[in-house]
Design a binder for this molecule. Structure first.
Ligand code: SF4
Ligand code: SF4
Length: 319
């Protein structure tokens, strides 16, 4: 189910750090029964594990139509590693990156960023082959987010996962054909915690809901990354979006509107400065019951496409 696990044994793998997070099982079919058992104890009105799972499947009828494609692309991101060149090139120029980004746009990618991958963002017990990351965003449809929670919203989210997974594999193939080594990862259940990786790549800043807020689409994005052997990606350590943190402290709409009160007022700070923004054991039962919920994205003011206006008003208010 997790093809990345087999990479851990490779001598050239980049492995998780001791304080890396554990990947939670939103991966299709990867619900952990013990975990569900614990959740059921906390959910009055639900009588059995089967009850929750049957309801979850009923709610997902439209979404599961893209599951075969999602599974195929998860598998391909692993099997295609055999196609990496034996003696890959290690350097790129601006012209090549321009071509890569233009191709990415044709595949529906919203933004492309570059960063070094810190080992503490690789999920525990997993590994990747290269620690240079090309991070990708893809927009989720605004009108369908506005209808959350609904079957239509959930179906659109899964379609976005699928489109982004396909795009990630195509871009990895594009890199291989031009002489680079690449490992695509799927947006649904990849080996790395994507929001902080995307933040390091300068693509946005985390909101109180823990999701990446981007200038293009706010938190209405899905994220993924391609890990490459390219040594001179244009990484930038300065993030222009850090002001969002202060804006969030005056907003709180996601915290106030989360039906099971799953979003913490203040994130929990762990060793190594990683953050936990919400209680997954409160979110998951609601998420499973109500079409993947998504209310925290829907209510976020940045989802309405007013990033520059919000930014301008925020900075005016401070001057
Ligand atoms: S998905 Fe729903 S339940 Fe989960 S944190 Fe967001 S608003 Fe809360
Ligand atoms: S809803 Fe408000 S507090 Fe929550 S992430 Fe969006 S801007 Fe920040």
């Amino acid at each position: 189910m997790y093809p990345e696990r087999s990479l851990v044994a490779r001598p050239d793998a980049v492995r998780a750090a001791a304080q890396s997070p554990v990947r939670f099982g939103f991966h299709p079919g990867a619900f952990d029964l013990e975990h569900i058992r614990r959740l059921m104890k906390r959910q009055p009105g639900s009588t059995s594990i089967l009850h929750l799972m049957v309801r979850r499947m009923r709610n997902s009828v439209r979404s599961i139509s893209v599951m075969p494609s999602i599974m195929r692309n998860i598998q391909y991101s692993h099997s295609s590693l055999d196609r990496n060149p034996k003696s890959p090139k290690t350097r790129v120029d601006d012209k090549f990156l321009g071509e890569l980004e233009s191709y990415a746009k044709t595949l529906g990618i919203g933004a492309v960023g570059y960063t070094k991958l810190p080992r503490n963002l690789i999920f525990r017990d997993l590994a990747v082959l290269y620690d240079n990351a090309i991070v990708l965003t893809m927009e989720m449809n605004a009108k369908k987010i506005d209808r959350a929670p609904s079957e239509e919203t959930q179906a659109m989210i899964f379609e976005t996962y699928d489109s982004l997974g396909i795009a990630s594999n195509r871009l990895a193939d594009f890199l291989r054909e031009r002489g680079y080594a690449a490992q695509a990862s799927h947006p649904l259940g990849g080996p790395v915690l994507y929001p902080p990786l995307a933040e390091l790549a300068g693509l946005g800043w985390h909101g109180r809901h823990g999701l990446l807020i981007t200038p293009e689409f706010g938190p209405r994005v899905r994220l993924t990354a391609i890990y490459v052997n390219i040594e001179n990606l244009p990484t930038d350590t300065e993030n222009r979006h850090a002001w969002i943190q202060e804006f969030c402290s005056t907003c709180g709409l996601c915290v106030d509107n989360c039906p099971p009160n799953a979003i913490f007022s203040e994130p929990i700070v762990h060793e190594g400065n990683s953050l936990t923004h919400m209680d997954v054991e409160k979110c998951l039962p609601y998420f499973a019951e109500y079409y993947g919920c998504t209310i925290c994205i829907k209510v976020c003011p940045f989802s309405k496409g007013r990033f520059e206006q919000i930014k301008k008003r925020f900075h005016e208010g401070r001057s």
